[in-house]
Design a protein around this ligand. Structure first.
Ligand code: BES
Ligand code: MN
Ligand code: ZN
Length: 486
């Protein structure tokens, strides 16, 4: 979606939209239009859209009002974003090719105006490259948004917000592409492309490198696949030289069949998005790098494909992880933790972070617990957990804290090895977190975000259509902004 700023309203655009606060009087509008809005019970509530038609100088104009809620709401930023998103949802496939958006009426700050545009841009994203026979009336028609009446500071704030949009879109693309397109090596190639010329440094480990490092858990997951496993680190040195980096780690299982503990066929296609944690980290990094954040941040993703095969690992196999602990693989479908334990250990050894946060579509049990409203948050540090929760609230990528502790930890003791990779059925998301916790060094602040319910949506949400949501990218960017940048 092209978004351009203009000092004056183009005269040849039929569709003109404006942002309206709850309770605003509409007296400067055409009287019939204002009456119509009232009759349709348009009250300027966040996400509400009203459309009316007027004849202006003999030309038909389509006038849209989009609600931004109460101007003093504590959720103001998200509400104005919703105003933009709701507009886009209505007009993206409306037949109109251009829209004028007038930001001069709702008493918006520059930041808030940019948030309207962020909503427009995010809601315009779709993944339709494989739909060659889509009916004409269902296709995207809107190509360009011309922004008028923008308050001071809008364009500067938009530079930042546009980087966030680009990062979120990258996450969505990685998540939406099928597993014959996104596999470990191609994930790396897509990142090499996306980060080209940004100043970020990319470090890639192939299977031979990982063997040397002793990553038996990660390699064990990938050994049933024709696709070679990878680890990718994306490094951004935007902060002071002596400053310890903030590290994010993502689960990148590019397809999860379950391995020999094969999943049932119904819905297995969803497991193309089992790399959603890695997608969040890659997109979050692209946002951070794109807006040249003054912080040292590193994103590490563990990339594997979990397939059943003559070479695949078996239930009962014992693997040795990079940090020396042995794992009894009870269930080859509990593979995410096997990938993450080596990725987390390597990231701690390599980059010595004070804080490390992982993102993973780790357990189906997380969806049972929290549905599709919050990601689950597990942490050994209260302030890190609070900061992540807060960043989740401001960014819209919401998290909810879950407990961990020794009583849960002992559920994954193994009779033959140091740990087993699954516990009993109850508290399945917590025992998965406990597994990861065993690979966190003493003194390192760690949080784990189980985002199994968040990366894919069956129905449209505020700023996304059904499909890939982009969850996590904005959370990472917001966390860096609030807690890492000086
Ligand atoms: N990738 C899945 C988790 C998942 C399931 C995410 C459904 C999104 C939707 C993970 O690798 C997995 O299979 N977990 C198992 C763990 C079990 C074997 C202990 C699960 O949740 O069933
Ligand atoms: Mn699995
Ligand atoms: Zn998985």
């Amino acid at each position: 979606m092209k978004i351009e700023f203009s000092a004056s309203q183009p005269s040849d655009v039929r569709l003109i939209a404006r942002v309206v606060n709850q309770g605003d009087d509409l007296t400067d509008l055409d009287a019939a239009l204002a009456d119509g809005a009232k009759a349709a019970r348009f009250a300027g509530r966040a996400g509400q859209v009203f459309e009316g038609f007027v004849i202006d100088d003999g030309a038909l104009r389509r006038i849209a009002l989009t609600g931004a809620g109460e101007s003093n709401s504590s959720d103001r930023r998200l509400h104005v974003e919703r105003a933009g998103a709701a507009l886009m949802a209505k007009y993206l496939r409306s037949g109109e090719t251009e829209m004028v958006v007038d930001l001069g009426h709702a008493d918006l700050s520059g930041e808030e105006a940019a948030a309207v545009l962020l909503g427009l841009r995010l809601r315009a994203w779709s993944h339709e490259k494989y739909r060659t026979t889509l009916a004409k009336e269902k296709r995207i028609t809107l190509e360009k948004v011309t922004v008028v009446g923008s308050p001071d500071g809008t364009e500067a704030a938009w530079e930042t917000a546009a980087a966030i949009a680009t990062g979120t879109e990258f996450t969505r693309t990685l998540v939406a592409e099928p597993a014959n397109v996104v596999y470990p090596a191609s994930f790396v190639a897509m990142c090499e492309d996306a980060f080209k010329g940004t100043g970020a440094e990319l470090i890639v480990l192939d299977e031979a490198d990982m063997e040397k490092l002793g990553m038996g858990a990660l390699l064990g997951v990938g050994q049933g696949s024709e696709r070679e496993s990878r680890i990718l680190a994306i490094r951004w040195n935007g902060g002071a030289k002596d400053e310890k980096p903030m590290v994010f780690v993502g689960k990148g299982v590019t397809f999860d069949t379950g391995g020999i503990s094969l999943k049932p066929p119904g819905g297995m296609e969803d497991m193309k998005w089992d790399m959603g944690g890695a997608g969040a980290v890659a997109g979050g990094m692209l946002a951070v790098v794109g807006r040249k954040a003054k912080a040292n941040v590193i994103g590490v993703v563990g990339l594997v494909e979990n397939m059943p095969d003559g070479k695949a690992q078996r239930p009962g196999d014992v693997v040795t992880t990079m940090n020396g602990q042995t794992v009894e693989v009870i269930n080859t479908d509990a593979e995410g933790r096997l990938v993450l334990c080596d990725a987390l250990h390597w990231a701690q050894e390599e980059f010595a972070p004070e804080r490390i946060v992982d993102f993973a579509t780790l357990t189906g049990a997380m969806i049972i617990a929290l549905g599709n409203e919050h990601g689950g948050l597990f942490s050994n540090d209260d302030s890190l957990a609070e900061n992540l929760t807060a960043a989740g609230k401001t960014s819209g990528d919401k998290l909810w804290r879950m407990p961990i502790g020794p009583a849960y930890d002992k559920l994954i003791d193994s009779p033959i090895a140091d740990i087993k990779n699954v516990g009993p059925r109850p508290a399945g998301s917590i025992t998965a977190a406990q597994f990861l916790h065993r690979f966190i060094k003493k003194g390192t602040k760690w949080a784990h975000c189980d985002i199994a319910g968040m990366v894919w949506a069956d129905k449209p949400g505020h700023s996304w259509d059904k499909g890939a949501t982009g969850f996590g990218a904005r959370l990472i960017d917001q966390f860096v902004k609030e807690n890492v940048e000086k």
